[in-house]
Design a protein around this ligand. Structure first.
Ligand code: CP
Length: 312
């Protein structure tokens, strides 16, 4: 594919293809020198108009491990501060010879707009509330790794994945719901009605506000970050009350199904949705998710840039 902008565009075949390549990339990452010459001569630009720790660093790590050249665009020191438009910024950077843009922006749809202004590949690193496809891919990669599953079109069939919290403002949730259901999982959403999207009917998922009732039969408990920066109204009466009803604490963790895993995309709000340190959970995948991010983003860059065979 030329671009990776949404899970819908990837489709189930694209998801499985990337998960398979990510397994090869994970093997590369276990080598003493985790680097292959797949993207020599290609330049990958990180264009982040919103803050990021793990997505930006893992994309840059992924590009370097494939021997691509990397450019980091720093909005705070760029001519955006002099009023330069997004279009002019993209066309200017593109003229320097860019193979792929990795873009994060607060506005939904920016990765599609950008594709009108450059011949480079576009990889969506998060657009508004809309999509964060590589987070969903790395989450799938973490889950199949934890449960010892091969990547196939129905590889999550039989698993119940419970996504807890602020679904309404979450591009991670939107991308995960699409990817998990595409691969056959049963997906359930838990949270206060005010933090659910107005209409989740097209997703075909169960919605409940009874977190405790979901613990015993969930194979994956996926905690979402409370996105206070995206809220312009009081959607929960009090954070303490939210934590009491929807936070994961030691008591709830102890009630989880044997073998069930806990996930969180990060960054996490300790004391809000996470009332327990993930390191105290026997089956936390939080650090696996970060490690999966490098392998999956290597696979995504390899896919969009048509890299050479992954050989040592
Ligand atoms: N999960 C995620 O997108 O984290 P960052 O905002 O740190 O990139």
């Amino acid at each position: 594919m030329k671009h990776v902008r949404s899970i819908e565009e990837l489709g189930v075949d694209g998801i499985v293809r990337i998960l398979k390549v990510a397994e090869h990339m994970a093997e590369v990452n276990r080598r003493p020198v985790p680097k292959v010459p797949a993207l020599v001569g290609k330049t990958v630009v990180s264009l982040f108009f919103e803050d990021s720790t793990r997505t930006r660093i893992s994309f840059e790590t992924a590009a370097r491990r494939l021997s691509a050249d990397t450019m980091t665009f720093s909005v705070s020191t760029s001519s955006v501060n002099k009023g330069e438009s997004l279009r002019d910024t993209v066309e200017t950077v593109s003229a320097m010879g860019v193979a792929a843009f990795v873009v994060r922006h607060k506005s939904s749809g920016v990765p599609w707009q950008m594709a009108n202004w450059t011949d480079a590949s576009i990889v969506n690193a998060g657009d508004g509330w809309h999509q964060h496809p590589t987070q969903a891919l790395l989450d799938c990669h973490s889950i199949i790794g934890a449960f010892g599953i091969e990547p196939t079109p129905s590889c999550l069939r039989g698993l119940t994945i419970t996504i807890v919290g602020d679904v309404r403002h979450s591009r991670v949730a939107r991308s995960d719901i699409e990817a998990f259901t595409a691969l056959g999982a049963t997906v359930r959403l838990v949270g206060p009605r005010t933090l659910m999207p107005p209409d989740a009917t097209p997703w075909g998922v169960e919605i409940t506000d009874d977190f405790d009732a979901t613990l015993r039969d969930s194979d994956v408990v996926y905690m979402l970050r409370m996105q206070r920066e995206r809220m312009n109204e009081a959607l929960v009466p009090h954070l303490g009350e939210y934590s009491t009803r929807f936070g994961l604490d030691a008591v709830r963790a102890a009630r989880m199904k044997d073998g069930a895993v806990v996930m969180h995309p990060g960054p996490m709000n300790r004391g809000v949705e996470m009332m327990i340190d993930p390191s105290e959970l026997p089956r936390s995948l939080v650090t696996n998710q970060v490690a999966s991010g490098v392998s999956v983003r290597m696979a995504v860059l390899f896919d969009v840039l048509g890299g050479q065979e992954v050989a040592s």
